[in-house]
Design a protein around this ligand. Structure first.
Ligand code: PEP
Ligand code: MN
Length: 283
């Protein structure tokens, strides 16, 4: 297979994630992640109950497979001022709004929790797929708790994560018995040489990690073009590139008024751009 990975297998550092006889993934509405291509979309944050419910209905109309929106929002700059009740997300109010999204749209909801203590009856009612954010990629307490739960998990790559660290974090969840797992690749550290021209570009997309991971694992890969590019003009080409590289789907930030997004305003796309992405993925 590969000397480096073989040695990790021999040393019992990688097990389930690299077992090519296994299948992983989960049901997302009428689709099966890992088998069918999926597009998950929504704003970065739950900004208000009305906004997220109304916007989800429009996205459903367009044909997205699930809604994404953060009720808990760890940001790049840990200290942010409060904006209309939003501070590092709307938190419990945000989860309650996501329950409305599910009831009204009938679509599954993907959302982040930051800590094992946030796994409770209420958050589990609101969230269908638990997103582990980049900052918690190696939060072993959280990964252990998710391994013991039977909820689907979307594990985001740490901005620093190497291929074997990605598989290692997956092992930690699989070990607990939960194989409803997908990896979410997002941008990584390494200042791109055009960053001074497009200052909101903080990360490098690293599309090659898609085929590199696929050599060793059957865990589905959802690509995040928004947190890979940081700049809306690049979201469409990088989305298409990720699908060409073999991604099993995309998670894309899309907002009714992109420049006015409470968080990640520079990378949010509008409905027309999302339409182009959906047409490309579903063609
Ligand atoms: C997000 O998906 O909005 C997010 C905060 O992502 P990340 O954890 O990759 O920064
Ligand atoms: Mn975001």
């Amino acid at each position: 297979m590969n000397d480096y990975i073989n040695k990790l297998i021999q040393d019992d550092k990688l097990r389930l994630s690299v077992d090519k006889s296994k299948t992983f993934g989960f049901k997302l509405g009428d689709k099966q992640v890992g088998k069918d291509k999926v597009v998950i979309s929504g704003p970065c944050s739950v900004e208000s109950r009305d906004m997220i419910v109304n916007w989800s209905m429009e996205l459903k109309e367009l044909g997205v497979d699930a809604i994404r929106a953060g009720a808990y929002k760890p940001c790049t700059y840990p200290i942010r001022k409060e904006i209309n009740g939003w501070k590092e997300g709307m938190r419990k109010e945000g989860l309650s709004a996501l329950i409305d999204v599910k009831i009204k749209s009938g679509l599954p909801v993907v959302s982040e929790i930051m800590d094992a203590n946030q796994i409770n009856e209420f958050s589990m009612e609101a969230i269908d797929v638990i997103q582990v954010g980049t900052r918690n990629f190696q939060n072993y307490t959280l990964l252990d708790a998710l391994g013991k739960s039977d909820k689907p998990v979307l594990l985001k790559r740490g901005t620093w994560g190497t291929l074997d660290e990605i598989l290692g974090a997956c092992e930690r969840i699989l070990e607990g018995g939960n194989d409803k797992l997908a990896i979410c690749l997002r941008g990584v550290v390494g200042a791109p040489s055009y960053r001074h021209i497009f200052p909101s570009i903080r990360w490098t997309p690293d599309l090659m990690m898609i085929p590199a991971l696929k050599k060793f694992t059957n865990i589905p890969i959802i690509y995040d073009p928004s947190h890979s590019t940081g700049y809306r003009d690049f979201v469409i080409p990088v989305s298409k590139g990720a699908m060409v590289m073999g991604a099993d789907g995309l998670i894309v930030e899309c907002h009714p008024n992109p420049t006015k997004s409470i968080s990640d305003a520079d990378q949010a796309i509008g409905i027309e751009e999302l339409k182009e992405i959906l047409e490309y993925v579903n063609e």
